[in-house]
Write a protein that binds this ligand. Structure first.
Ligand code: ATP
Ligand code: MG
Length: 424
């Protein structure tokens, strides 16, 4: 026998009933984003490699070791999207959106990173994210945080904590850089290989390290709060003030940095106690310098990315299935003559009711048909046997209340429309 082919490591096939949970979450996200005035953006799954090298930063995990990069047949270096912010900014620049005033955009879709697959960490995963571009003030920071918070609240999620920090701007970051260098340099040889390499180029990146040998030096590192300039300090205080006023709980956490060079001022993460080691479900911050650094105008922006797999893991831990009760009709024909009548009836029913109409075309015993109805989670069965056919009738069985009614064949659509919609 030829060897079979499996899905690549770190990817997943999504099938029913899991896809019902995805659809429910995605539908909720679309409604929520719409309510906050965000419009959906979809960009290509691959982009010029250069976009991510410049947009994400050369010393980041993503660019150093996680990108799926290939040379296409025209000799161009292309990369599967490892994150959405750079492509969104690229698209907004390319289509002149930034000259039209503030932009509120959201996205849902796959990202690709060559990671070591483990719980909550995959090579193809999916993110929901938003980008709010054109506002420099703390109001926009709070708007994006509030949107993520509302998504979690809408499921009644407990055990999710918002961690908040400020990483300053061009005015105060150089001072922080120096403070970090002074802190880490004496321990250089004790740091992880990645951190040793990054130390001189971008010491901020070290704070983001997950290497256990770096841990003690991270814990004792100086905090940004000590060196923030007045403007950044005021901005951060106002973010905190708004969150207080809106009743969104948070903890100031000096260890949150976001590795990417273009982040400024506010950075935040939502962390869940239901996730184990990969505990960050949503991460974001303000990136006032990205658009400019990609060759665009000066557009202060803020956004987040939320991992849908991790979000669904939290929901699963809460026992949320995304499934409603029984819904729809299983149409059952017993015998070839009944089937000949039932098939066009099914087509008419699908036009008459909004609930699903399931049909099976094999000769089976009634019991086998009813098992299929259970598998389909159907609320009703419409049963047409030869006796019913001869009498010009059909049986409607309510599979939940275990009750039968006989309906004239000529009135099935109208009756189904009222009964099924009521019973939903
Ligand atoms: P981590 O520190 O876990 O590697 P990150 O800083 O690389 O996260 P971001 O780039 O900020 O993650 O992505 C935002 C969110 O997207 C993460 O908090 C997580 O929920 C999700 N995410 C990122 N990478 C993966 C992955 N490989 N598999 C599953 N989810 C992911
Ligand atoms: Mg990562």
């Amino acid at each position: 026998m030829a060897s079979t082919i499996a899905a690549p490591r770190g990817t997943a096939d999504l099938m029913p009933p899991a896809t019902a949970r995805w659809q429910e979450l995605e539908a909720r996200i679309h409604r929520l984003a719409r309510r906050y005035g965000y419009g959906e953006i979809r960009t290509p799954v691959f982009e010029a490699t250069e976009l991510f090298v410049r947009g994400v930063g050369e010393t980041t995990d993503i660019v150093e070791k996680e990108m799926y990069t290939f040379v296409d047949r025209g000799g161009r270096s292309m990369t599967l999207r490892p994150e959405w912010t750079a492509p969104v900014v690229r698209a907004a620049m390319q289509h002149g959106l930034f000259s039209q005033g503030p932009q509120r955009l959201y996205y849902i879709g796959p990202i690709f990173r060559y990671e070591r697959p483990q719980k909550g960490r995959y090579r193809q995963s999916h993110q929901f994210g938003i980008e709010c571009a054109g506002f420099g003030g703390p109001e926009a920071d709070v708007e994006v945080i509030a949107l993520a918070w509302e998504l979690m609240q809408s499921y009644g999620m407990a055990g999710v904590a918002l961690h908040l920090n400020s990483i300053g701007d061009e005015a105060c970051r150089p001072r922080y850089r120096e403070a970090l260098l002074a802190h880490f340099r004496p321990h250089r040889s004790e740091l992880s290989e990645d951190s040793q390499r990054r130390l001189e180029r971008n010491p901020l990146r070290l704070l983001d390290s997950k290497a256990p040998e770096d841990r003690p030096f991270l814990d004792s590192a100086p905090s940004f709060a000590d060196v923030l300039c007045d403007a950044c300090r005021a901005h951060f205080a106002r973010v905190c003030g708004y969150l207080d006023a809106m009743g969104i709980p948070y903890a100031v956490d000096p260890r949150i940095v976001r590795g990417l060079d273009y982040y400024t001022r506010t950075v935040f993460e939502f962390v869940s106690d239901a996730l184990g080691a990969q505990s960050t479900v949503c991460a974001g911050g303000r990136y006032d310098n990205l658009v400019k650094s990609l060759g665009g105008p000066d557009v202060p922006s803020v956004g987040f990315a939320l991992g849908l797999e991790r979000f669904l893991m939290i929901l699963e831990a809460m026992g949320f299935t995304g499934e409603g009760g029984r819904d729809g009709i299983q149409a059952i024909a017993l015998g070839a003559d009944a089937r000949a009548t039932l098939v066009p009836l099914v087509a008419r029913l699908r036009g008459a009711v909004r609930s699903p109409v399931f049909a099976d075309y094999e000769d089976r015993k009634l019991l086998a048909h009813l098992k299929l109805a259970d598998r389909n989670h159907a609320r009703y069965a419409l049963i047409l046997g030869s006796d019913e056919l001869a009498a010009g009738e059909i049986i409607l069985r309510d599979l939940e209340r275990r009750r039968d009614e006989r309906w004239p064949l000529g009135s099935v659509e109208e009756r189904a429309a009222s009964v099924v919609e009521e019973g939903r």
